[in-house]
Design a protein around this ligand. Structure first.
Ligand code: NAP
Length: 310
């Protein structure tokens, strides 16, 4: 890319989930020198997802396989990768981007595609037994619980889909949800309801996760009649929503009240040259396909922005 401004990269993309990798594919294909920052494995939450049935082009694909396709495609388009998180950034004439590994790099444009992180239930035992039966990734840890009973908490897509995934291994999956209302489409819900390994425990909240060295049970309370009970399980998988990864954004004018980064229809923020894409954006619908769409828009509009600097 011809440009009079000298920077380490034309474009830095924070986050290698579907949004960040799609942006890298578009920007790399247009000839930009692109760096993608990621402190975990490329693919974002897709890596932690089992079967995916709603990403166009694949009737059924495993999350890690789809993530690998995204990564290979971004690499083939010339994107470079640095395995570090974004610590801070500031825009003067160009972006000064500080990485968690101590490096400082410059770029002409920056895309925030850092996604979201899992909420904790916030009950006794959850933090203490993390890695000892408490897990936020069924794909990563489900196979440790062959022929054992496990609990899933939540009533959204993550809870329902991961419950179904866990039935491959577990002897039983208790799906604990605080109401009778689910945040999923009927087909998905009916599929879970017809799975005889899943027992729905509704109108119930987890009060504590029990165990000394490893999870042994969950204590729950019914929210209608306040009755309490204890269920023996070897693992608890909380899937109760996510919060945006935007702690490194000091410029509060680009955040909404929930700390999502606000972007317009071109994925532009209020800061010139700064774009946003994917689940970290203030979007009403968080899917892999919407993240890739955001990424394409952010990537292409970053290309247009950098060309306009010439
Ligand atoms: P979600 O859709 O926000 O659902 C969170 C669930 O957890 C809700 O049922 C909520 O109950 C419950 N919950 C929230 N706080 C709780 C608490 N403190 N204690 C107990 N339960 C609590 O979250 P998600 O399932 O993680 O999905 C996040 C986003 O990713 C969504 O936009 C979803 O559509 C998307 N997603 C899509 C797919 C797919 O399409 N295949 C797969 C995974 C995720 P209430 O309803 O009572 O608030």
């Amino acid at each position: 890319m011809k440009n009079h401004i000298n920077t380490d990269f034309d474009l830095i993309i924070a986050g290698a989930g579907p949004a960040g990798l799609s942006a890298a594919i578009y920007a790399g294909r247009a000839g930009l020198k692109v760096l993608v920052l990621e402190k975990e494995a490329p693919g974002g939450k897709v890596i932690k997802t089992g079967e995916i049935e709603n990403y166009p082009g694949f009737t059924n694909i495993q999350g890690p396989d789809l993530a690998m396709h995204f990564f290979e495609q971004a690499t083939a388009m010339g994107a470079e990768f640095e395995f570090s998180g974004l610590k801070d950034f500031e825009r003067n004439e160009v972006f000064n981007v500080e990485l968690e590994n101590g490096k400082t790099l410059t770029s002409k444009a920056l895309i925030i595609a850092t996604g979201t992180k899992e909420n904790l239930i916030g009950v006794p035992g959850e933090v203490e037994l993390y890695g000892k039966g408490v897990s936020y990734c069924a794909v990563c840890d489900g196979s440790f619980y062959k022929e054992m009973p496990v609990a899933v908490v939540g009533g959204g897509y993550s809870a329902i889909e991961e419950s179904m995934f866990l039935t491959r291994f577990a002897s039983k999956v208790y799906l604990i949800h605080r109401s009778q209302k689910f945040r999923v489409d009927n087909k998905t819900l009916e599929k879970a309801k017809s799975n005889n390994k899943i027992e729905f425990i509704l109108d119930s909240i987890v009060e504590s996760i029990e165990g000394t060295d490893k999870v042994s049970s969950v204590k729950i309370k019914n929210t209608i009649n306040y009755s309490k009970s204890e269920i023996e399980v070897n693992a608890v998988f909380p899937f109760i929503g996510h919060y945006p990864v935007s702690h490194f954004v000091k410029q509060i004018q680009i955040l909404d009240e929930d700390k999502h980064v606000v972007g317009d229809e071109k994925m532009r923020t209020k800061i010139e040259g700064l774009f946003v894409a994917g689940d970290v954006r203030n979007t009403p619908f968080r899917q892999i396909v919407t993240a890739t769409s955001d990424g394409a828009l952010a990537g292409q509009n970053a290309v247009n922005y950098i060309e306009s600097l010439d």
